[in-house]
Ligand binder design. Structure first.
Ligand SMILES: [Zn+2]
Length: 252
C-alpha cells in the first residue's frame, strides 16, 4: 500500500476520533470476552464506546482501514442512531431471537459505515475496493461459501463487498451466486451516503430471505441501550408492534 493511502487513513482516523463526544475504551488484546476481531459496541446509556483493535485482528495483520471502520461505527452511533455502533461479529447479546440473521444485520450496518468512509475519504478506501475485486471472483465465492459454517453471513458479506464495488468503482461483474447477486441489488437500492435508522431497518428486512419468515426490529427504549429483536414476521400484528418498527415493515 502506498504511503499516500496510509497517510490518508491516518488523517481520517484522527479526524473521526476528534469528532467523537462519548468516551472511547480501546482494547488491543482481543478482550471483551470472546472477541478476537475488530469490533465495536456503543452504549448510549453511558455515552461510551468499546472498540476492540487487536494487533492480530482475526489472525490477520493490523489493518488501519479496519481501525477507521470501527471509529466510523462509533461516530454514526453518536450522530445517527446507536444501533450503528454494534458489530454483530462478536456481540450476540445485542441480538435477541434468530442468530442466523446476525450477518445480514452486520453487513447492512457496514454498508452505511463503508459508504461513509468511501464518500468522505475515497483515497483511504481504495485498498479495500482493490481487495474486494480479487475476492469476488466466482470460483473464490463458490469455494468460500461451500465451506462457510454460516453461509447466510458469508453471502451477505460478499453481497456488501460486491455492492461497494458496483457503487464506488463502477464494477460491472457478478459473483455467480444468484442469492449474493440478488442481495447486491438490495444493497444498491439503499443510498449508503444517507444513513438513517429507517433506511437501515428497511435494508435489513429486504435482505432476510422470505422463507425464513423473520422480521428484524430495532428496540430502542429511553434510557436503555438498544438492541435488535428478531421475530416471526407472521406473528407481528400492528397493535403489538415493538417501538421503533418502520412503516414499511408495518405494511409488509
Ligand atoms: Zn463493521
Amino acid at each position: 500500500m502506498s504511503d499516500f493511502i496510509k497517510d490518508e487513513q491516518k488523517r481520517a482516523i484522527g479526524a473521526v476520533r476528534k469528532a467523537l463526544r462519548w468516551d472511547v475504551q480501546v482494547s488491543r488484546e482481543g478482550g471483551h470476552g470472546q472477541w478476537c476481531a475488530y469490533s465495536v459496541r456503543s452504549f448510549p446509556s453511558q455515552r461510551r464506546h468499546e472498540i476492540c483493535l487487536p494487533p492480530n485482528g482475526g489472525g490477520l495483520p493490523y489493518n488501519r482501514l479496519s481501525e477507521l471502520h470501527e471509529y466510523v461505527h462509533a461516530l454514526l452511533a453518536e450522530t445517527i442512531h446507536p444501533l450503528f455502533g454494534i458489530s454483530l461479529t462478536g456481540t450476540p447479546e445485542q441480538l435477541v431471537g434468530a442468530p442466523k440473521v446476525r450477518g445480514i444485520i452486520n453487513e447492512a450496518v457496514d454498508w452505511f459505515v463503508n459508504g461513509w468512509i468511501c464518500t468522505k475519504y475515497p483515497v483511504a478506501f481504495r485498498e479495500r475496493l482493490a481487495r474486494n475485486q480479487t475476492l469476488l471472483d466466482p470460483t473464490t465465492v463458490e469455494f468460500a461459501l461451500a465451506r462457510d459454517p454460516d453461509p447466510l453471513f458469508g453471502m451477505a458479506t460478499f453481497a456488501e463487498m460486491s455492492a461497494e464495488l458496483r457503487r464506488f468503482a463502477k464494477w460491472e461483474g457478478q459473483t455467480g451466486n444468484s442469492i449474493v447477486d440478488e442481495m447486491t441489488e438490495e444493497f444498491l437500492e439503499t443510498d449508503c451516503s444517507k444513513p438513517s435508522i429507517e433506511a437501515l431497518v428497511d435494508l435489513v428486512n429486504s435482505l432476510v430471505p422470505a422463507e425464513l419468515d423473520l422480521a428484524v426490529v430495532p428496540i430502542c427504549r429511553d434510557g436503555n441501550d438498544p438492541f435488535w429483536l428478531v421475530c416471526r414476521l407472521s406473528d407481528l400484528v400492528p397493535s403489538e408492534q415493538p417501538s421503533g418498527i418502520t412503516s414499511s415493515l408495518l405494511a409488509s
